[in-house]
Design a protein around this ligand. Structure first.
Ligand code: ADP
Length: 281
C-alpha cells in the first residue's frame, strides 16, 4: 500500500512541472513580395525542464523557423509562446534580446567563432553584450575559464580557432553557450561538420550538461542516430509536427566512447605545430 501511495506522489510532482517552453498554435508566414511562404502552420508543443529534444524532419519543414522563434531570435506571425510561463510572443525586440541572453545558449553547425580571437575571448563575448549586471574583466575571465573547463578545454584557452580541431572548436562554442548559465541550449545541426567519433564526443557533452546541470537541450538534426542521444524526438513536415515520441533505446555517448578504439595519432591536432594565423592587413 505504501508503495502505491509513493508512486502516486511522484506522478503528481511530474504533472505539476511547468513547461520551460510552451507554444500554442504557432504560425509563421514569410512574405516575399506578393508571395507568401507558410513556414509554420499551427505548431503546439510543451517541453519540460530537463528534457533533451531532437528535432528532425526534411529540409524546408520548418525546423529552423521553429528554433528561431523558440530561441527568441524571431517572433511568430500568430500563436503564443510561453517561455518559463511568460508570454514572449508579443514583447518588444529589446525585451526579446534580454530574455534570450538570460535564458538561452546557442550552438551552430559552423561553430561561429571569431577567427582572430582566442578561445577565452570567444567564450567571454556574450558577457560583453550584457547591459545590466555587467562583469569586470577578472570576473569575465573566471567565468569563461570555468565554462572552458566544463568542456575540457581550459588548457587551450589562449589558442585561436585555427589552432583547434573541429571538435575542439565546437566545444569552445558550447562553452560560449554556457557563459550566461542558460536554462536552455538550442543547437542547430551541431555535429553536421564533424566526423563520427567527434560527433559522439560532442553529444557526450550535451548529455552531461543535460544530466548534471538539468539544462534543457533542443537539437536540430537530420541524422536519426544523433537524434537517439535525446530523450524525445519531434518530427516536422510541411510546417507541422507529424510525430512526437520518447526515444526508447537512448544512446549513451560516454559508454560508446569507452568502447571505441583510441583515436589515430594523425587525427590529433597539435596546436603548437598548426599553421599560424595569416597576418592581418
Ligand atoms: P528547415 O529548417 O526544416 O530546413 P526552414 O524553417 O528553414 O526549414 O524553412 C521552412 C520554409 O520557410 C521553407 O520553405 C523556407 O524556404 C522558408 N523560409 C525560411 N526562412 C525564410 C525567410 N527568411 N524568408 C522567406 N522564406 C523563408
Amino acid at each position: 500500500m505504501a508503495a502505491v501511495v509513493a508512486a502516486a506522489v511522484v506522478v503528481d510532482v511530474e504533472a505539476t512541472k511547468q513547461p520551460v517552453i510552451e507554444v500554442r498554435d504557432l504560425t509563421k508566414v514569410y512574405r516575399m513580395g506578393d508571395h507568401e511562404v507558410r513556414a509554420l502552420r499551427g505548431v503546439s508543443l510543451q517541453i519540460l525542464p530537463g528534457e533533451f529534444v531532437a528535432v528532425t524532419g526534411p529540409s524546408g519543414s520548418g525546423k529552423s523557423t521553429f528554433m528561431h522563434i523558440a530561441g527568441c531570435l524571431d517572433r511568430p506571425t500568430s500563436g503564443q509562446y510561453l517561455l518559463d510561463g511568460r508570454d514572449v510572443s508579443k514583447v518588444s525586440k529589446d525585451d526579446l534580446a534580454r530574455v534570450r541572453n538570460e535564458k538561452i545558449g546557442f550552438v551552430f553547425q559552423g561553430f561561429n567563432l571569431l577567427t582572430r580571437t582566442t578561445a577565452l575571448d570567444n567564450v567571454e563575448l556574450p558577457l560583453l553584450y550584457r547591459t545590466k549586471n555587467g562583469f569586470r574583466t577578472a570576473e569575465r575571465h573566471k567565468r569563461a575559464m570555468a565554462a572552458l573547463g566544463a568542456v575540457g578545454l581550459q588548457e587551450r584557452h589562449h589558442h585561436m580557432p585555427n589552432q583547434l580541431s573541429g571538435g575542439q572548436q565546437q566545444r569552445v562554442a558550447i562553452a560560449r553557450s554556457l557563459i550566461n548559465e542558460p536554462s536552455i541550449i538550442l543547437a542547430d545541426e551541431p555535429t553536421g561538420n564533424l566526423d563520427t567519433r567527434t560527433s559522439i564526443e560532442v553529444m557526450g557533452i550535451f548529455q552531461r550538461l543535460n544530466r548534471e546541470r538539468g539544462i534543457t537541450v533542443i537539437l536540430i538534426t537530420h541524422e536519426l542516430d544523433i537524434a537517439e542521444y535525446g530523450t524525445r524526438r519531434i518530427r516536422f513536415r510541411d510546417g507541422r509536427i507529424v510525430a512526437d515520441m520518447q526515444v526508447v533505446h537512448r544512446r549513451n555517448a560516454d559508454d560508446e566512447l569507452a568502447a571505441l578504439p583510441p583515436p589515430e595519432p594523425d587525427l590529433i591536432v597539435h596546436p603548437e605545430t598548426a599553421a599560424p594565423e595569416p597576418a592581418h592587413h
